[in-house]
Design a protein around this ligand. Structure first.
Ligand code: ARG
Length: 264
């Protein structure tokens, strides 16, 4: 026979368990907030829109790194200039966008360890007289506003040169090259190569000029002093060491990455 006292005790235990559970769920919600990651998804193969989704090398790498770090996140396509404003104003926690780590940016932002080596390339129409960076002199040259490509062209043409046409993103810069608005576009090598590969009918060629364009490295970007940096760095290191990075690299570039170049 079940006694009244026993029932009362059971009900009490049940209520305690329910209240206890509710309390602890609330706690995890407040301590583990989703991380907001921002990007400019007009930079294939690093990040671009495909059927309404943001895809690319950076997107896959971000996923692997955040999984390794055990962090929940949401990736938002907000555009290049807004991305810097969002990190500076701390309305976003992290940016991934083929962002070059350099001293100027380091004054305002923190960066992860490097994850990709890049240099610049010149895109021109087939048959163009532009064969080197020097040939850009006197020509109208398109760049994405606020990129290291812009800085590289400014070094050759001069900072305030009106012949430097600045675009919101690399896609529109290349469109303008096709339409004859600019005679050349300077952008990151992997992006230039990807465009040429995907658009054989556009009759556009891409070439490097190691005398004028230095090598640079991409990193994830954070607000200055962000606590995320250390977690992301550790996870990124693991992802590079355990072969996940190589897999992602091969998927997007079809070749083996030079991991040593990242580690020096
Ligand atoms: N690597 C260059 C820079 O940091 C260009 C990056 C542009 N990335 C983009 N998603 N639009 O200035």
């Amino acid at each position: 026979m079940i006694k009244k006292g026993m029932i009362a005790t059971l009900v009490f235990i049940l209520m305690f368990a329910l209240v206890g559970c509710g309390g602890s769920t609330e706690k995890t919600e407040t301590t583990e907030k989703k991380i907001t990651v921002v990007t400019d998804a007009a930079f294939a193969p690093f990040e671009y829109m495909d059927k309404g989704e943001i895809v690319g090398f950076d997107v896959d790498l971000l996923k692997a790194v955040m999984e390794e770090a055990g962090l929940e996140y949401e990736l938002k396509n907000i555009g290049w200039d807004p991305l810097f404003a969002a990190i500076q104003g701390k309305t976003a926690d992290m940016a991934v966008s083929g962002i070059t780590i350099n001293d100027d940016r380091k004054k305002t932002y923190d960066f992860s360890i490097p994850y990709f080596e890049s240099t610049h390339m010149i895109l021109v129409k087939e048959g163009s007289s532009i064969k080197s960076a020097k040939d850009l002199q006197g020509k109208v040259v398109g760049v994405q506003n606020g990129t290291t490509g812009q800085t590289a062209v400014e070094k050759i043409l001069g900072k305030e040169n009106p012949n430097i046409k600045k675009f919101e993103n690399s896609v529109v810069a290349i469109m303008d090259l096709l339409n004859g608005g600019v005679e050349a576009v300077v952008t990151d090598n992997a992006v230039a190569n990807e465009y040429v590969k995907n658009n054989p009918d556009a009759k556009i060629v891409a070439f490097e000029d190691p005398d004028h364009f230095e090598s640079e490295f991409y990193g994830f970007m954070f607000p200055k002093g962000s606590e995320l940096k250390q977690k992301v760095d550790e996870a990124l290191k693991k992802v590079i060491e355990n072969g996940t990075y190589t897999e992602i690299y091969k998927k997007w570039f079809g070749t083996e990455p030079n991991i040593e170049s990242l580690q020096q």
